[in-house]
Design a protein. Structure first.
Length: 395
């Protein structure tokens, strides 16, 4: 069993994640492919993740890739999280992670519309609502949830969910139906009706985007190994725990996928059993010292469940919120050493959690200057602000 040190894992991360300044990639598609997927729960995250990996990239370039070329596509998938996928990985998502999310959402909506008083037959109601949306979007239009609610009476209702009065929520049902259809690969998020920091998606038929042949989802037996293979190329070596968490699947599903792939075991410094693809076990050469600034929920931060090789556990309470969502991060030589915030003058400031030396400070200040210029005065707020980010903004 080959031993893979933490230093080597960090060198793999630097190259494969395209965050080493000497290993950035050419465009948004290449950067998305390098990361397997980009987190898109917060609207600015894909833009900032791509900015960190592509020199000279503009927000117009990202919009063009997402909404004109449709080369990367937003899709609800693993752990009911919204991601940006490369087009070629969509069939694998539709046949595995997205399919699981769609099935769970179907059951929840069918139950909630009955409990909320919209109908006595939740299954029939949801089928009718889905059919109405699909019929309206069949011509290729891109419409907002608001427009669809106005045009389709079946979507106009509101329901109260959440149990007792303390947790109950009175909400429109339309967004949940659209979300379920999106997870089911029947419709897809089109153009954003707002600016890049706010999500107001227009919805369109998946057939319009992908064509009937390319939207055919793979079988789960084919789809899951494909997703695991891409994860191993980007994040390997990783443990079974890492893959189960990232994929939102069971141990049995992941073990079968690893067997189907012929993946091999390696020994990381942690003492756990790690996994790599059989044709990807050659040692990774060292890289020159490097720094990077990544946004909240960046896939490099969120790619593993077991993070000790790049994140000091003592930093976790400061750099993650109480639900485990990572905030902005500052990296030096493949380790998280702090975070970054915007000062009142709109400049980016790095906040370090440890002494990293003068060279690291210079490199990170250079990245802060680069990001300040890219943001060009625009303010980016995060609902997943870490404790360190919130503390730094206090007067």
């Amino acid at each position: 069993m080959r031993h893979v040190t933490d230093t080597e894992r960090r060198a793999r991360l630097a190259r494969r994640h395209a965050i080493h300044p000497e290993h950035r990639v050419a465009d948004a598609v290449a950067a998305t492919r390098a990361m397997t997927v980009l987190h898109s729960t917060e609207p600015p995250t894909p833009y900032l993740s791509l900015q960190a990996r592509v020199d000279g990239l503009t927000r117009t370039d990202v919009d063009r890739a997402l909404y004109d070329d449709r080369s990367p596509v937003k899709q609800l998938a693993m752990r009911r999280t919204l991601f940006v996928f490369p087009r070629d990985l969509l069939p694998a998502a539709w046949g595995s992670a997205s399919a699981r999310v769609a099935a769970r959402e179907w059951k929840r909506i069918a139950k909630d519309v009955v409990q909320g008083g919209l109908t006595d037959d939740g299954e029939a109601w949801l089928r009718a609502a889905r059919e109405a949306v699909l019929a309206r979007l069949a011509g290729g239009d891109e419409l907002s949830a608001k427009t669809l609610r106005a045009e389709l009476p079946v979507l106009a209702g509101r329901i109260r969910t959440g149990g007792d009065a303390k947790w109950a929520v009175d909400a429109q049902i339309a967004p949940r139906v659209l979300t379920q259809l999106g997870a089911d690969a029947r419709i897809v998020r089109g153009r954003n009706a707002s600016h890049w920091r706010v999500s107001q998606p227009q919805w369109t038929s998946m057939a319009t985007l992908a064509g009937r042949r390319s939207r055919n989802r793979w079988t789960r037996r084919r789809a899951t190994p494909s997703s695991v293979r891409r994860w191993l190329l980007t994040f390997g070596p990783g443990t079974e725990t890492d893959i189960v968490w990232w994929l939102g699947a069971t141990k049995a599903v992941v073990r079968r996928a690893l067997a189907d792939l012929g993946a091999v075991t390696v020994s990381p410094d942690s003492g756990d059993t790690g996994w790599l693809l059989a044709d990807d076990v050659e040692p990774e050469p060292a890289v020159e010292p490097w720094g990077a600034l990544l946004p909240a929920l960046d896939p490099t931060l969120m790619g593993w469940k077991q993070r000790d090789f790049y994140l000091d556990p003592e930093h976790t309470p400061y750099l993650f919120d109480t639900n485990g969502n990572g905030g902005t991060t500052a990296w030096w030589n493949g380790r998280v050493v702090g975070c970054w915030i915007r000062d009142p003058d709109a400049s980016v400031r790095v906040i370090l959690r440890e002494d990293v030396g003068a060279d690291a400070v210079v490199a990170l200040e250079g990245e802060a200057e680069r990001l300040t210029g890219w943001l060009d005065g625009e303010i980016v707020n995060s609902i997943y602000a870490s404790g360190q980010m919130r503390e730094a903004k206090l007067p």
